[in-house]
Structures are given as structure tokens and as C-alpha cells.
Design a protein around this ligand. Sequence first.
Ligand SMILES: [Zn+2]
Length: 412
Amino acid sequence: MTGSRSGQAIRSFWEHCFRQDEWCDHPARSNPDVVLDRALQRLIPLVFHVDGAEFYSNCEYYVWSLGSVLASGEVKERTHRLVAEVIVWSMDFAFGGVAPECGFNNEPFAGKRANRSGAQLFGGYRFAYFGRKADYKARRESHQFSRHYGCNLICEECMASRPKANPALSFKDFSANAPHLLTHLSHSDYVRTATAVTAWNQMKGFHYKTVFRDPMHTVFLGTAKEVLASCVGYWARQRYLAASMKLTIWFLAKLSMELAQGSEALAKDFNMRLIAVCLWSLQEALHILDHSDLVLAPSHAEAAHDHFMRHLQSWQHLAHACSGMVCRLFRLRPKGHYLQHIAMDIKRNRLNVRLTSACFYDESFLGYVKKIACSCHSLSMIKCQFWDRYLLLIAIRFEKSRRSVGAFPRVS
Ligand SMILES: [Zn+2]
């Protein structure tokens, strides 16, 4: 609310305003309790805002908000930092397995919380930080990464660069001896070189690589869209097919194999064979992840890595071929580089990113929440009905889970 301003600066601001017509008669100027030096240093000037917003079709609502004029554009950053600090504080006790004796701001507890202070939590279970997941925008903002997909240096994990800015470290090079592979940062390198170190660094067990890259946003909402569209575009451009069909990775991978083997003329087209390799490799890598447990067998981790890399390397060749044909297909974007990191991580730590870091369930949950909010008919109903419906949804899902697993005895 103060925008990091000192009390002296706030007082000077008010004294300046009191000399203007608008605020010369402001009661703060004549109130003896407020006009005192220290009180004026802690007087927050609020502004109110109202605007119409269409939450439901043909139905406009007025939304009121208020804020301090002293607040600066750093509010979003500070909110992320505060949320991280509260989570870190909470996780300290979840990891220790003992209830806290006072609140986040050292405030004393009362009632049930006071009685539980210092007691064992969760019947002896503990919770440990393992990682966090988010889409690329959220991970960039909540961790204040200075190198990201919007910059010339596109990656917080290494010095991969857009080719125009630094061709030697081009992120579009997926070969085994690409120069950017020599620039990977350790956690201490990251902390030492970051322009702003995330508050998550205080979390016990935090490592900057545990800010996972989500396969859903990297592949299914990222690279797969580009490569599938480009494959169909290439086939249509070469008049190999009429480009009206439902796109799925499996279908296209199978189709590409059939097309490449279908006739002598098609089999001679080297790019067609590359497309088949590109799609089939992706399909195989995803198949391995879909059918593996949390920790991949060494051979499966190796195979998934190899398939992903073959997918990217064949894509790189196709990008080069298409640029020679002056055709804007198979363009390489930063998400291709992020997929390379995912592949290398799979080989290194053998964790199944499909289970550890994918956002499928979280995004699905968000969808449920949005549906519930939209099904409420007014702001007042959102306030009351939203939580009833949300708890009902949780209860139904828990009951379904209980019945399917049979792990929890019915509580009567
Ligand atoms: Zn990188």
C-alpha cells in the first residue's frame, strides 16, 4: 500500500496535496490526531475505481475497486513474493510435522489453533516440497526470470539465444554438440547471476530446476501444434493429400509412415521420410511416458530421450529444408528448446514428467472452477453459491475415488 515509500515521503506527499485546491480543506489537515508528524507518515491515500464488466452475456455488472495511489507497478511482483513466503512458512511446519506456535506475522494464536501449537500434525506424516508447475507465463512472473521466451536469451537454464542475437548459441541447434549445451547453469550459478532471486529459494529443498516445464504447455499446446500443422501444410503443398482430416499425433504418425512407403515417388522425397521420423519419434516418446510409472526404467528413460531428440533433430532438418524452399513451415520456436531440456532431464533424473510436472489435472480443475463460477447468476450468488457447489464437487469426486479404489472405509 505504501509502494516501498518511507514515512517521510508519504508525509511530504500529503503536505504537497494540502497546498492544492482539491485537498486544502481535507479533514486530514485539520484533524489533530492525523496531522501530527508520525500519523501523517502513516496515512494511506486511497482511490476508488468503478467500471462496467460483462460477466454474462447481455448483462453488465459494475465492479468497484480501491487502491493506494502510493502503490506502484511492483504490486504483482510483491504479491508473488508474499504468496511464496507464506507457502514457504507453511511448508516449514508441514515438513517438520509439528504445528506452529504463532502465525506468519508472529501473531499469537487463540482457541483451537493455540491448543494445537507444538503438537504433532497429520498423524506422523510429513510433507516435503518436490517441485512446482505452471505455464510459461506464470513460472516467468512468479520467479522473476530475467531470461525467458520473450527475450533474446530465451532460457533461464542456459545461454541459448535467438539466432539473430547470437547465432553461435542458437536455440535452434539440437545437435549433440550444440554450443549452448556447454552453458548449463548449476543452482548456485543461477542464484549468483539472477537479477532477482525468487522467494521460493527459501523453500527447503528448492532447486531452480524444480520449477518444472509442463509437457502439456510445451508439447500439446506448443510444439505439437506447430509441427502437426506444418506436416499437413507440407503434404497439402506437395499435393500429397487433401488437407481435411482430424489431427491426432498417432493418426498423423501412422499416416506419415504409410505415405512415405506408399509409392516410389513419395518414398524418394527425403522430407517425407523426415516427417515420418519426426512424428513417429514424438509418438513413441509420448507412448513411453504414458505407459510408465513415476520413475522410468533406465532403458525407457534413454529411449524417451532419444525419441524426443530424434523428433527435434528431424524437425531442425525440415526447418532448414523449408527455409530453402521459401516456405514458412516447421518454424522453430523457444518451446522446441524447452522440450530439449525436458528430454535431457528425463535421461538424467528418469522422472516421468507426464506424472510429475504436467498440468493436465490442474488445468482441468481450473476449468471446473470456472464452469461453477459462470453457472452462478450474479455476483451475490457467486459469493454464496460458488463455495457450496465447489464443496459438492469435491465431495462427489472424493466419493467416486473412494468407491473406485475402495481404500477408505465409509464414515457413518
Ligand atoms: Zn536452455
